[in-house]
Design a binder for this molecule. Sequence first.
Ligand SMILES: NC(=O)CC(=O)C(=O)O
Length: 588
Amino acid sequence: MDRSMEQTLSHFQAESALKHYPSIEDMILDFHHTPGATVQLEDSSSPTLGPASQSKRAVIRDGRGQCRRVFLKTCPGGSLSQEFQKMLRTFDKEIGFYAHLRHPLASIQSQKSPADDASPICLDEALLQFLGAGFVGDDLHLVLSDLEVDGYRLTGRSDYHSLDQAHIAMRTLATFHVASVAVAEAHHLDWVELQQAPQSLVRDYLTSPEFADRVDASIFSVPFLRNAMWIKAVIQAQKSHHPLVPASLRIPTGVTVSLMDQFIDLSPTILSRLRLARVLPQGQRGVLAHGDFHMWNVAFSDKGQMRFFDFQMSGSFRLALIQLAVGANKSQNLTAAAKHVKEAASQGAQLVSLPECFNSPYGTNFFPEYAESVPNGESCLALKTMAADNKVFLIGGSIPESEGDRLYNTSTIWGPDGELIGKYRKMHLFDINVPGKITFKESDVLSPGNDFLAFDTPFGKIGMGICYDIRFSDLAKIYSNMGCHLLVYPGAFNMTTGPAHWELLARGRAVDNQLYVATPSPARDEKADYIAWGHSQVINPWGEVVAKAEECQEIIFADIDLDYMQQVRKQIPITVQARTDLYETVSK
Ligand SMILES: NC(=O)CC(=O)C(=O)O
């Protein structure tokens, strides 16, 4: 072992001795909660090779004097603490995304280790052989170290692989790096600018014939722009006979999974294409990459089988549903809502939902009178303040919305700093006729919405429907395919359909999709024209009612546990067993 290799490896040993936290999550949580925590930049002598290598070494110290050396991804100009905050947000988002993909991916990857050859090699050593000592360490260490998933381990620096595997990975990765730099230089490309380029470029590029011709059964449904650029760079370098890029090199089967929300609706595509990757022809190898093409992100498969995937992090969060007693006085409704949101937040809720029509009695004769514009009407402004004052994600149940000469039944979603995250208009209008019991025709005054709304929170992804929407299982499936962990349907069932279907439907949607379902209702008012059933409820992915209100005004709480959701999906793996080769539920 030459000297530089020795130095690098001993640096790693020193670094692992600095690990005081069982997991990155613990470290980040600690950082979040500890007054006096600091991030201190260290000198970095690493060469720059594309954006990932703009990582900076830093020491994070918590207020109790514990420290951890990490690599922070930084951009020129940003302060380190800004960067760190940005990274925390990224980390938070990943939690939601991987919660959805982890299990299906893990079970697609197959089980058996390839026969170990006589000379296993640590990937570090392999990388050192290819790139030299200076390059080792510029990985996404902070995000990717030491995480275990269902017995599959992310390739770590001390993992030994067969020589053959290690070399394939190293050759591929080294080639990407070399080619990308060569091409970036030749074309005066600025990596930072590239990262900020419109994401449509990625989609265009990845669907171009040039790309398709070169990539084996590739799965780039959720691509990082820079991965696309790296691939492009490799292809261009091949075409110009760059000495370091063999003409025979083909981009391996890969998955890049990034955090781009706009691509998240493609996750079913990822899964179905992974199934294809599993049956790659003999002799071809799959490489599964998370985010960047970095060696600690790769997983190998022999004979086309994926061996393991990288990681997923998840957790639980507290949801509160407010079963509000809604009356005819709008400003009293808003005041009561504000009081209950405050109460829910004071009891630890991070996500709070109000019921359908929380500012108005439910009924077609009331909608025109109570309707407001979104997001500048009185009720929206009140919701914005409630969210910001209590620092919660707030689902504003629904209100009658007016836009032009149309009315909608609309839910608005607010973030903890009071920003409007999105709005959802009831898609399926409540037009029913049960003779002798109930006739209702929302479409007499309301127009239907035409858009889905799934939004990310640091705790998970949430899909929205309103009341009657819960009867349409396709809508829930689409949200599930988008990666939602929780579906929220503010709803006001009635004394006929409530006892018959309210719980049944919510449990059905939860079991169908193995996710959480929450249905906040107004409290029952026996004197109202339309008597709401009440019984707000939260259902877990096993189909159990984990929180349930009676008829009167109250707040119910439930812990939404994404790990539990994964367990259920693992035990009964319908997500991966669905015959999407034969049928599929898709949005249009
Ligand atoms: N009120 C609704 O939108 C739906 C309902 O009550 C039902 O489906 O039953």
